[in-house]
Write a protein that binds this ligand. Structure first.
Ligand code: FAD
Ligand code: PHB
Length: 392
């Protein structure tokens, strides 16, 4: 098989890249390790920045998003038993976020790919990447019992944090910047109407808690837990009890309970691999960087990367000019590091730090007091939360 761009991974990065390339008349083949059903049912991100929504809408995959997405114009911060609203729209000149599950984004992009009759291989085994340091890159894999080789001009490594593309780059060609946090998130999906119209980020002495949602009938909740926590340690009753305590405010507030339909533990990490390219292979999304989920940025950052990459590839295939491709990593990393900063900051002000000394706890409260009391500070949170401009 021969194509222009071989894409490893059918997450948000791989599928959006394939979609943008298709619209520019560039051929690609998408190779995914998991089944279509698995990637469409995996519960992950839920917050789309304005820029992500605009891109989906402008490229013809925003119809269901427009119908079913929940537009939010503010978020709530809770601490010291009080609740404070950050008015995102008022502080940013009208921007908003949209609640729409990552799995729904995946469904819309997969449907578009299949409707276009463009190649996508699910359940691909033994995926390996070759020759990206020369002029003839190739991807090899097994699918449906048959061995395949895709020869291409470029490889896009969109295979997430545990994929094969980044580890295939020779040692020494990448510099890794990393921070692993001493806590994790226990996330649940509950079949019950959300208890608030907006997201609630709560800082509590017992640890962080987040109230989010997927639809008017589905609530998504997270609790800070130990990094080595096991799901067995968390029977439903313990989860609800802990959530009740962490969301408590003066004047009272009730968290609605319902059947828990999904539970999972997510580790928290900040990670950047530089540069995001090696020869004819480009890394995008979680393959190149990870942010802790407190800023709701991972999916949005993946989309921002492939937008830059799609433009650079379109420029190359139309004019032979490599300038944008050569600058891909540099263009993306400026934004990546700002988003890293914001995600780290949100994480650091809202979580209980183990062995926390009294100074740090007081400083954390002062940060929250400042951000909810100063328009300038609230505006800084808001402009980052709704999303920085796509290419800055
Ligand atoms: P992925 O979604 O990981 O996709 C990579 C794909 O490559 C996968 O389908 C994988 O199966 C495939 N793959 C892996 N290895 C191979 C291989 N060897 N060969 C072929 N295919 C392979 N982000 C937000 O923006 N907002 C949020 O609210 C948010 N909440 C989150 C909550 C949780 C619990 C988690 C876990 C993450 C959250 N994120 C959030 C982060 C977000 O989900 C990721 O940043 C996003 O999925 C990155 O997209 P991606 O396409 O780069 O990688
Ligand atoms: C989610 O709805 O899954 C979600 C929302 C906000 C975050 C992280 C996850 O910061």
């Amino acid at each position: 098989m021969r194509t222009q761009v071989g894409i490893v991974g059918a997450g948000p990065a791989g599928l959006m890249l394939a979609h943008l390339l298709h619209r520019s008349g560039i051929e690609s083949v998408v190779i995914e390790a998991r089944s279509r059903r698995y990637v469409q049912e995996r519960v992950r991100a839920g917050v789309l920045e304005q820029g992500t929504v605009d891109l989906m809408t402008a490229t013809g995959v925003g119809e269901r998003l427009k119908r079913e997405g929940l537009v939010h114009r503010g978020i709530e911060l809770r601490f010291a038993r009080r609740s404070h609203r950050i008015d995102l729209s008022e502080l940013t000149g009208g921007a908003a976020i949209t609640i729409y599950g990552q799995n729904e984004v995946i469904k819309d992009l997969t449907d578009a790919r299949i409707a276009a009759g463009a190649p996508i291989y699910f359940e691909s085994e033994g995926v390996t990447v070759h020759g990206f340091d020369g002029a003839e890159p190739a991807i090899r894999f097994t699918s449906g019992g048959a061995k395949h080789e895709v020869r291409c001009d470029f490889i896009a490594g969109c295979d997430g944090f545990h994929g094969v593309c980044r580890p295939s780059i020779p040692a020494g060609a990448l510099t890794i910047y990393e921070r692993v946090y001493p806590f994790a998130w226990l996330g649940i999906l509950a079949a019950v109407a959300p208890s608030s119209d907006e997201l609630i980020y709560s800082r509590h002495e017992r640890g962080f808690a987040l109230h989010s949602m997927r639809s008017p009938e589905l609530t998504r909740l997270y609790l800070q837990c130990a990094p080595d926590g096991k799901l067995d340690d968390w029977p439903d009753e313990r989860i609800w009890g802990e959530l009740d305590r962490r969301f408590e405010i003066d004047g009272g507030w009730t968290l609605r309970r319902g059947p828990i339909t999904q539970k999972g533990i997510t580790e928290m990490r900040s990670f950047v691999a530089e540069p995001m390219q090696c020869g004819r292979m480009f890394l995008a999304g979680d393959a190149a960087h990870i942010v802790p989920p407190t800023g709701a940025k991972g999916l949005n950052l993946a989309i921002a990367d492939v937008r830059v990459l799609a433009r650079a590839l379109a420029e190359f295939f139309s004019s032979g000019d490599r300038v944008m491709l050569d600058g891909y990593s540099q263009t993306c990393l400026r934004r990546v590091w700002k988003v890293q900063r914001f995600s780290w900051w949100m994480t650091s002000i809202l979580h209980r730090l183990d062995g926390e000394n009294a100074f740090d706890a007081r400083r954390q409260m002062a940060e929250l007091d400042y951000v909810t009391g100063s328009r300038a500070a609230a505006q800084s949170l808001a402009e980052n939360y709704v999303g920085l401009p796509m290419e800055s």
